[in-house]
Structures are given as structure tokens and as C-alpha cells.
Design a protein around this ligand. Structure first.
Ligand code: NAI
Length: 348
């Protein structure tokens, strides 16, 4: 672990091996300046421990930035369980993971992520109270809140770019119609947008096309659709050297994590005069919903809290224009400033 290039900027990394199954879990705590590290646990059959480490270190650092920009009293952390979610799940495994989280004394708070279900996290919660996002501790499934946050981001971007207060008369291309994209499509439709959609799942495409009167694009051409706004809500890496020259939209704002394949892709979007809303800023509705600042917040109160994504993005976009750099650069800077300021106050 210590030889890993990303290890140095982490506060804590631990590897736990379940003696019964031999399964390994890695917990990475990147930074707790703003509070206990909050970030999901992913279950994935990584080909090697090195690749699992790469992922958990990258993801935990990402959570530090996301939580800081969302204004949450949480630092960044993440866990991975190196196992196949289709075949390797057992109660003993999740209880052992819960025991490991409990040994960290609350410095790391876990939640669901790829490969982990609500039922799995309920088992983890038998052994540790440091679990969020399950029905027992809050509002349940974060996806509707993520979709709402992205919608708030889209409204802010549209105001900034097109000087319009609603989506009426604008066309949005939505890539991916899953838990988040499907709900986002409904919100956009209700606000008057015309939709062009794509998904590899043809049933989902047919359902959204019927419900929202959307046009359908081929999955490999949705980024190039004749739209005002492009909302990537499928996988990461969709903004890259091949797709950016073909994008016709003037705004990119969507839920997918890690949309930029390389940091240079942010500059390529600026060069094409395409407004890019930083993914981790606008998709923070889910993490905000699992970390209620007050117990017992209702769904409506939570939506109001998440709507602050609108003002955060407006601030980032104005500063990006003033400084002539990508909003992605400014988002990172604002997150870092919040952490440095908190560290300064702590040491004062
Ligand atoms: P999901 O798995 O429910 O939906 C993804 C959809 O994308 C599926 O319908 C899938 O068929 C489709 N898809 C996959 N490859 C595609 C392709 N090449 N072209 C078009 N469609 C394709 O996932 P979910 O929960 O909706 O998340 C979407 C994105 O948002 C992911 O990148 C996720 O990491 C990110 N995200 C989700 C959050 C949540 O609360 N669910 C929170 C923050 C980020």
C-alpha cells in the first residue's frame, strides 16, 4: 500500500481480510478536515488488489471534493469489497465489513454504491452505526434526489447561458435513462423541454419516449444530437477527444460521474465555447440526501436543501467566466478553499 502513488495524500488506508472467506475490503479515508469521511462502499471483482486500491483512492479523494462543494460537514472516504456481487455475497461478509467500519470509530461513514444493495447495507448496519442511506437512517434511495439536483444545476446553467428561467422551448439530449436519467427526463419534460434520449436498454427508451414524447437517438450519436443541452447520465468518460468535437449543444450538465476522460477535456470544452457543469457539483443531491444535517428532515425540506446546487453552480460559472478558465477548475478551487479555510480555523 505504501508504495502506491496516491497513498501519500490519504489520512488512512486499511485492508481487511475476512478470515472465513478470504475476501478483502479496503477502506480509504482521504481527508476529515470538514468532518467524518462519508462515501459509499463498492463491491466489484477487481482483477488485482492494485486496481482495487487505484479505484478506492481515486474515489475517496473525489468524495472530499464533492462533500466540500456540497457544503456538507463531511470529509471524503470510500470503501471497496473485492468480490463478485453476483456470487460472493453473504451475511457473514457484510457483518465482517461492518465490524471493520466500527473499528474506525466513526472516522469513516459508509453507504451503498455500485454492486451493493439496501439489503446488504442493512446487514452492515447490524454491526456499526456508521451507515447512511438505508431506510432506517433516512430518506432511502438517493437517485430521485440526485436527479433533482441535476435538474437544479441544469436550470442554473440555462439561466447563465441562455438567459432563460425555464426549459420551455429548449431541447435536451439525455444519455442513459436509468435511476437518475429516467427521473431527470420526467423533470425536464414537466418544465417544457423537448427531449432526445438514448439508452442501450430499448425498453427504457420506449417507455420514456412514450411518457415524455421524446425523440430517440442511436446510443453512439446521442452526444452529437441537435440539442441545446447534453445531459450524460450513463457512464463516465463520455467527454473525450472523439466526442467533444462532435457535440452541438452549448451546455453539458448531467449526472454521470467522471465525465471528463482527461483533465485536458475541460479545456477542450472551453475552446469550443461549451459550458460544462462540473459533474460532482451537480450530482451531489444523492450524497446530500443521505447526510441530513438535521434528523427527521422531510423529502420537501431535503429538496430545498439540494436546490442550493443552483446557487453554487451559478457562483462557479460566474467565477469561471471572470477568470477565463473551465468551471471544472473553479469547482476544484472552491472545494480546496473551503477545506483550507476549515483547517485554518481549526488550527487558529
Ligand atoms: P443506472 O445503472 O440506474 O442507469 C444507467 C443507465 O445508463 C442504464 O439505463 C443503462 O442501460 C444506460 N447505459 C449504459 N451504457 C450506456 C450507453 N453507452 N449509452 C446509453 N445508455 C447507457 O445508474 P444511475 O444510478 O442512474 O446512475 C447514472 C450515472 O450517475 C452513473 O454514472 C452514476 O455513477 C452517477 N451517479 C448516480 C447517483 C445516484 O444517486 N444514483 C449519484 C451520483 C452519481
Amino acid at each position: 500500500v505504501r508504495t502506491h502513488p496516491s497513498f501519500d495524500d490519504h489520512e488512512h488506508v486499511s485492508i481487511y481480510r475476512d478470515p472465513k472467506t478470504g475476501v478483502e475490503a479496503i477502506v480509504a479515508i482521504h481527508d476529515t478536515t470538514l468532518g467524518p469521511a462519508l462515501g459509499g462502499c463498492r463491491m466489484w471483482s477487481y482483477p488485482s488488489r492494485h486496481e482495487a486500491l487505484d479505484d478506492v483512492l481515486r474515489l475517496s479523494r473525489g468524495m472530499t471534493y464533492k462533500n466540500a462543494l456540497a457544503g456538507l460537514p463531511h470529509g471524503g472516504g470510500k470503501a471497496v469489497i473485492v468480490a463478485d456481487p453476483r456470487t460472493d455475497k453473504s451475511e457473514a461478509l457484510f457483518e465482517a465489513f461492518g465490524d471493520h467500519v466500527e473499528t474506525l470509530g466513526g472516522r469513516y461513514i459508509t453507504a451503498e454504491d455500485v454492486g451493493i444493495s439496501d439489503a446488504d447495507m442493512e446487514i452492515v448496519a447490524r454491526r456499526t452505526g456508521h451507515v447512511r442511506g438505508i431506510r432506517a437512517t433516512g430518506l432511502g434511495d438517493p437517485s430521485p434526489y440526485t436527479a433533482w439536483g441535476v435538474f437544479c444545476g441544469i436550470r442554473a446553467a440555462v439561466r447563465h447561458r441562455f438567459r432563460r428561467a425555464s426549459l420551455e422551448g429548449l431541447t435536451v439530449a439525455v444519455q442513459g435513462l436509468g435511476h437518475v436519467g429516467g427521473r431527470l427526463a420526467a423533470l425536464l419534460h414537466a418544465d417544457g423541454a423537448r427531449l432526445i434520449v438514448a439508452d442501450i436498454d430499448t425498453d427504457r427508451v420506449a417507455e420514456v419516449a412514450a411518457r415524455c414524447g421524446a425523440d430517440v437517438a442511436p446510443v453512439d450519436r446521442i452526444h452529437a444530437a441537435d440539442a441545446d443541452l447534453f445531459a450524460p447520465c450513463a457512464l463516465g468518460g463520455g467527454l473525450n477527444a472523439a466526442t467533444i468535437p462532435e457535440i452541438r449543444a452549448k451546455v453539458v450538465c448531467g449526472a454521470a460521474n467522471n465525465q471528463l476522460r482527461t483533465p485536458g477535456d475541460a479545456a477542450a470544452l472551453v475552446a469550443r465555447d461549451i459550458l460544462y457543469a462540473p459533474d460532482y457539483l451537480v450530482n451531489a443531491g444523492g450524497v446530500i440526501s443521505i447526510a441530513p444535517e438535521r434528523p427527521g428532515m422531510t423529502a420537501d425540506e431535503m429538496k430545498e436543501r439540494i436546490a442550493r446546487i443552483d446557487s453554487t453552480l451559478s457562483f462557479v460559472l460566474k467565477r469561471a467566466d471572470a477568470e477565463g478558465v473551465s468551471p471544472a477548475v473553479i469547482a476544484d478551487r472552491v472545494a480546496e478553499e473551503r477545506i483550507f479555510e476549515a483547517a485554518r480555523r481549526k488550527s487558529a
